[in-house]
Design a protein around this ligand. Sequence first.
Ligand code: PXP
Length: 251
Amino acid sequence: MNLLLGVNIDHVATLRQARYALNADAPIVEPSILEAAREAQAGGADSITIHVREDRRHMQMEDAFELKREIDLPINLEMANTAEMLAFALKLKPTFVCIVPESREEVTTEGGLDVVGHLNALTDTVRALQEADIKVSLFIDPETSQIKAASELGVEMIELHTGAFALAEGEARAAELKRLQKGSLRAKDLNLQVNAGHGIHYENLEEIFGVKNLVELNIGHCLISRAMFVGLRQAVAEMRQAMQGYQGGVS
Ligand code: PXP
């Protein structure tokens, strides 16, 4: 099976908010989130990922509803486990929800979700989402205890946090890659779909290929960055093309 590509377009909204956060009704508000999603789709995106954060620093709830109405691709909503976001997700009904940890001070999601420490709070959320036919993923570090807890919760998927690997160098990098490899094998044994995301780049993709059983990669920052020079459609198409090299997928 081909490795799937979820394109995170949060940073298109980051740019829009930089100018229009206080002027959302201005005659021209750009760049367009819808156009970005359409360009990502034209480049070969398999799904569109957005994170509506508590502080609304980029995506707004209205963006999510508009994408859901207008775009013919699965929507993957990243959200914190809060009552507000759960109510929103149940209204939006995206195809997938990926539950992520969130803190106001962070620039981007910094670590994996502590599933072990929040088992009770997660149980009700996961159940409510699944009852609404929304598939649930948990964004976690590649640690056995977290993977087991995810499995016990009965989620369909996990997304392995590749951020530590992406930032590490030398021996630490090799160790992080090994953790991802082991984590993926463990998760597959527990019948979890294994996705991965954070800090994945054209330049570290081949190393990520060393992780078996991956089904989907969620990629944002590097695609939006490259899009400034070649356009989003081409940036996504280049990533899609590079992802064809993955040999370790589930059959
Ligand atoms: N997956 C999750 C859960 C994330 O929070 C993010 C960042 O928003 C990504 C993937 C994409 O990471 P990047 O922007 O580094 O490609």
